[in-house]
Ligand binder design. Structure first.
Ligand code: MLT
Length: 313
């Protein structure tokens, strides 16, 4: 019968490689988290999860493209607090609704935000850094990955909190931005720890503070924003796997199980943790919890970012 045929088709999913769209340039935090989880997901699914970097427009180009793909389980995406939380507040004419255009698969990693600057930035601490960038005004260049991205939204939040008005410099991801920060071509950015931790440890860039209540075990010498005198700047990002709306239930269940298996993979957990990321608890990682997180993050960020954007039009 048709039902049996349908069942058979779903039973053999996946029959070919799966594309995971990463909406930022290779080498940035979204790409790093995607590649960490894609490998054990491939093993769990028995088919290669192939990363495709589709960049531009603060990640909304890639997410829009993935949201319009066939809901057959062969196109998934790595979104995050920017594309599925901040973007509606900042990105005019968004072609998807974070809470309605997707089937959630699950949370992949928590990524605390770190305030990082070029090595030659003279200020010895966060207070001195804030004074310097306020005094520098538009001569200070702040890197970000496009309107609505994590580095953009957490960046304008920082600027509005401290009263700085730097020049914003856009990149196709904070991987390329980090290259310019190391080269001293750009002055600072607020970025996800999984991107910048190795460079901070290696001393090629400076970290003024981490925006979490506690220090990160992977960056023990970096003070929290609270310790550094800016307690109101407390923000963490997260990365999560989504699929276009309308997956067959069996297909969605296989993707959810594969991500769950990936987050139990010792190698994947080790990679996320050593980069300063956090591995979500099982209770907060599933598809229903992610749907709730998206809805609460859009609600939380919209007023905050609209006022931050007004502060620095
Ligand atoms: C961002 O939102 O800033 C992106 O995560 C940067 C990236 O992944 O390259």
């Amino acid at each position: 019968s048709a039902l049996a045929a349908f069942g058979a088709a779903a039973d053999t999913y996946p029959q070919r490689p799966i594309t995971m769209v990463v909406p930022f340039a290779a080498g940035g935090p979204t790409d790093v988290v995607a590649r960490i989880v894609a490998e054990p997901m491939s093993r769990a699914l028995g088919q290669q999860v192939v990363i495709e970097n589709v960049t531009g427009a603060g990640g909304t180009t890639g997410i829009t493209r993935a949201s319009q793909a066939a809901p057959d389980g062969y196109t998934i995406m790595m979104g995050h607090m920017g594309t599925h939380g901040a973007a509606p507040a900042l990105f005019k004419g968004l072609k998807y609704d974070p809470a309605k255009s997707f089937d959630t698969v699950g949370l992949a990693a928590g990524t605390p935000i770190v305030i990082v600057a070029k090595k030659s930035m003279a200020a010895p601490d966060l207070k001195g850094f804030i004074e310097a960038i306020k005094a520098g005004g538009a001569s200070i260049n702040q890197a970000h990955a496009g309107v609505g991205s994590v580095s953009h939204s957490t960046g304008i939040l920082f600027d509005s909190l401290v009263g700085a008005k730097p020049t914003l410099v856009v990149y196709r991801g904070t991987g390329p931005a980090l290259n310019d920060l190391v080269a001293g071509q750009v002055d600072f950015m607020t970025d996800q720890i999984v991107n910048v931790a190795p460079q901070i440890t290696g001393g090629t860039i400076k970290a003024y503070a981490i925006a979490t209540p506690e220090r990160s075990p992977s960056l023990p010498d970096v003070p929290t924003t609270k310790e550094a005198g800016l307690p109101e700047y407390e923000v963490s990002a997260w990365n999560a796997v989504f699929a276009p709306k309308g997956l067959p239930a069996d297909v969605r269940a296989k993707l959810v199980a594969a991500l769950d298996t990936a987050l139990k993979d010792a190698g994947a957990r080790k990679r996320i943790l050593e980069l300063g990321g956090t591995v979500p608890k099982e209770s907060e990682a599933g598809p229903d919890a992610l749907q709730k997180l998206v809805e609460s993050e859009v609600a939380r960020w919209t007023p905050v970012l609209r006022s931050a954007a007004d502060a620095n039009p």
